[in-house]
Ligand binder design. Structure first.
Ligand code: HEM
Length: 441
């Protein structure tokens, strides 16, 4: 069946495949908010302290990773025409490895404990290996290499590099401290993770979903053709600068690659805002607002990054402050916002779609607005829009971390409630289906 132009839902996996990831993602973010409340202003002290590293992974591997793994398992058959083989078994294995993996990694950081760190490394290493192999194999079978499929290829390759670098860095914590050049390697790890895996996936998925869900014109062809590949190449070049002997030349080359990558992301954010401005129906729904907010945060993060790199911003001692401001803007402001906005489209659509298949001719299928009411989404969105500026300001004035974490935590609780309420509607309606309970679809 084809419900949207160019998309085929014939091979969509059972609803349990993406939903176990979607329903768990906000709980990691809630845990991160609780951690921020517990540690308070001390959290903003240094990017290397255990609480900051635990928080970074609860957000990047927990919230973002879970939402993105679930979305990819769902989207591969739809946008690439290439489903993951044995999706139920793969999803189950991924979940059972990644969930305790993230918690062990965070525990290893927090308690400076070697065994949880080693366990976290084994679980996350195995989980991401299965994901990369399963998704890589299905992408290889994709009938065409359009910009969405190419972007997914690149994002998954970036994830593989991120995990390899992450495991190398984590061995410092799991055994004796042996790595030299840790700061450069950690910077590389987070660049591949945030710009590569998260950034490239958001960009390539945007090519498909922004015109489709927000009724905008399509992205310009030169952008969809070149942006993903150029950003990936810049990440490779940046990594290669690590091999340079001359420190000053290395710094210059890394700076050039960083500035060019920032320009690429800036072009993406500015184009997305322009397309939204030119959309055909001037309805501003929650997803559109989340994306608009996300793009504004991305542009602000890039301005901050360029300001820090060009030393426009004051003394280097304050770079710690800017690294927290950047992390809050990029992770909570940009990435969480677009994922949050997407969940509000994907979740009601999938529930409606699966119920449609089960209840056709038997009972009335609730519409998407009944499945995910506007009021609940808007309430949660307002909390998120208040939380992000508060988080950003807390980088400059740490006591603000208390209200910021409270707002962020409350927003994640509401997100979880909204998702669970929608899922409850699915469960109740699915009971009316002829073979209710036999096989979740
Ligand atoms: C197997 C998975 C992963 C492992 C074992 C891992 C491990 C680590 C380690 C050990 C550090 C600390 C570096 C140090 O203190 O020397 C770190 C930092 C970091 N990682 Fe990961 N990581 C993983 C996945 C990811 C992913 C997928 C992302 C992003 C999407 C990510 C984002 C970050 C960030 C933002 C930092 C903070 C660096 C800083 O303080 O500025 N990590 N990671």
């Amino acid at each position: 069946m084809s419900l949207e132009p160019g998309l085929s839902f014939d091979q969509a996996p059972p609803i349990s495949v993406p939903f176990r990831f979607f329903l768990s993602a906000p709980l990691f973010a809630l845990l991160a908010a609780l951690l921020a409340l517990w540690y308070g202003p001390a959290l903003i002290g240094s990017r290397w302290q255990p609480s900051a590293l635990a928080l970074a992974h609860l957000m990047s591997v927990g919230f973002l990773g879970f939402a993105m793994v679930g979305a990819m398992m769902q989207m591969l058959p739809v946008v690439a025409g290439a489903p993951v083989a044995r999706p139920v078994g793969v999803a189950r294995a991924l979940y059972l490895l990644l969930l305790p993996g993230v918690l062990s990694l965070a525990g290893g950081f927090l308690f400076a404990a070697q065994w949880p760190m080693r366990l976290g490394m084994a679980l996350l290493g195995a989980g991401f290996l299965i994901f990369v192999v399963a998704v890589g194999a299905s992408l290889k079978r994709a009938p065409s290499l359009n910009p969405v499929v190419l972007g997914m290829h690149l994002a998954v390759a970036a994830l593989a590099v991120t995990v390899a670098l992450g495991l190398t860095l984590a061995s410092n914590y799991g055994w004796e401290w042996w790595l030299t050049g840790r700061v450069r390697l950690a910077n590389l790890h987070l660049a591949w993770g945030l710009l590569g895996w998260v950034g490239l996936l958001v960009i390539s998925v945007a090519y498909q979903v922004v015109p489709m869900f927000q009724l905008t014109p399509v992205y310009p062809r030169p952008l969809t053709r070149w942006l993903g590949m150029s950003l990936f190449t810049l990440l490779l070049l940046w990594s290669a600068t690590l091999l340079m002997q001359d420190a000053a030349a290395q710094e210059r080359a890394a700076l050039t690659a960083g500035v060019l990558a920032a320009a690429g992301f800036g072009a993406f954010a500015a184009t997305t805002l322009r397309l939204q401005w030119q959309r055909r129906r001037k309805v501003t729904d929650v997803t559109l607002l989340f994306w608009r907010f996300g793009m504004a945060c991305l542009l602000l993060a890039l301005a901050l990054l360029l300001g820090a790199a060009g030393q426009v911003l004051p003394e280097p001692a304050r770079l710690q402050v800017y690294s927290f401001a950047l992390a809050f803007l990029f992770i909570a402001g940009f990435a969480v916002s677009v994922v949050n906005g997407m969940l509000y489209k994907i979740v009601p659509f999938l529930i409606w779609f699966h119920l449609q298949g089960q209840l056709m001719g038997v009972a009335k299928v609730p519409n998407m607005k009944e499945i995910m009411p506007e009021k609940g989404m808007r309430r949660q969105m307002r909390l998120h829009f208040a939380a992000v500026p508060a988080l950003l300001l807390s980088a400059f004035w740490p006591p603000l971390i208390y209200p910021a974490a409270l707002l962020f935590g409350a927003s994640m609780i509401l997100l979880e409630i909204n998702l669970l309420s929608a899922f409850r509607i699915y469960r109740q309606s699915a009971k009316l289906a002829p073979q209710a309970g036999s096989q979740p679809t």
